[in-house]
Design a protein around this ligand. Sequence first.
Ligand code: ADP
Ligand code: MG
Length: 252
Amino acid sequence: MFVQLVDVDMTYQAPDGEIDALRGISFGISDGEFVSIVGPSGCGKSTLLSVIAGIEPTAAGTVTVDGDAVTAPSSKIGYMPQKDQLFPWRTIWSNVTLGLELQHQNTPERREHVRELLERYGLAEFIHKIPSQLSGGMRQRCALIRTLATDPRILLLDEPFSALDYQTRLSVSADIYSIIRQEHKTALLVTHDISESISLSDRIIVLSKRPAAVKAIHTLEELTEIPPMQRRDHPAFRTYFNIIWKELDANV
Ligand code: ADP
Ligand code: MG
């Protein structure tokens, strides 16, 4: 397994006591797999990503990525946090190369890689613009390119489409899906949208309410070869939707 979690617990030390966020979480993700996490609001989804990203420590259990125990952020892991906005006063170019600066990887080769990504995904002519001059979908593509700039092996995406309206979300999520596939990345996506998780993933992990535990794992065998938009017309789509809806609605 490329990513492996074994019996992971995580507890926040808040001023008025401890908050158990994760309880006994175990699962693996294979290289190249696209996995989604769904679960009730406040259950611990963002916490789970920050633990895998090495930003929050575990209270118990182990997280390994590509065979190495995760104890700090690493260049193998590209993390797009929930509130990750582009800086409004920076140009697109200086936004997408920000990660290179922060990770001291601002080399000519890396900059060339970013230039190729911007070219390939239709943003090359916008590099001197600022974010407010771009559409919501384009800004989302920029945020993804910023995460891809350091060439991570796995992408951790926390509700990347939640700020977009429904129509835009459909097309941007299909876009992002194809970028992740073309760049041969492993992906772990957090979403509260069941339809989105079914249309994008190979597997879906359903979490319980806080402290988050793994409630169910669904492998979408009939759908994995079908592109995101077309999955919505497949009979299995409804079936999975109803199963996951019930699991979340039971709210335990
Ligand atoms: P989700 O992403 O599923 O909505 P989170 O992982 O953000 O949930 O949060 C899980 C729980 O942990 C929530 O009850 C939240 O209030 C709490 N929490 C999140 N971050 C912190 C923090 N830095 N300190 C204390 N409690 C936190
Ligand atoms: Mg969250």
